[in-house]
Design a protein around this ligand. Sequence first.
Ligand code: SF4
Length: 132
Amino acid sequence: MEKVLVSACLLGRPVRYNGKSLTVDSQYLDKWQRQGRLVAICPEMEGGLPVPRAAAEIVDGQAGDVVDGTAEVITIAGENVTAPFMSGAEKVLSLCRQHHIKMAVLAEGSPSCGSSEVYDGSLVVGQNCYIA
Ligand code: SF4
C-alpha cells in the first residue's frame, strides 16, 4: 500500500514554532493512519530546530530561491536559519525516496511545508496560523 507523507503538526503533534499543532479533522488521514500508510515528519525539527522556536520566513524569494541559494530563511529575531531549513528539506527528500512517496498532505503557508502558499511576512507574526 502506498505511503503518504504528512506534516507532523497536522496529526496533532505539537511541533510548531509555538509548541502547538495544526490538527485537522480528516476522515482520509484517519483512514490512512489506521492503515499504517502515513509517514509523518516535521522538516524544521528534522533540521535540528527546537520547539518552541522563533517564527521564520523566506526573505526576498520563494522556496526554490532558497534551494538555489539566492534567498534565505530568517527568524523574526533576525537569525539566519537557512541551513537547518535546507537540512530538514534534504532529510524529507531522502524519506520520500525511501518510501517512494507520490502523495503528500502538507501544512499550507509554512516556509518548510507550504506547497502553494508560503507566509510572506505581510501579516503580524503571532496573530495568524500560517507560520508553522
Ligand atoms: S508545517 Fe511547520 S510545524 Fe508543521 S510539520 Fe511543517 S515545519 Fe513542522
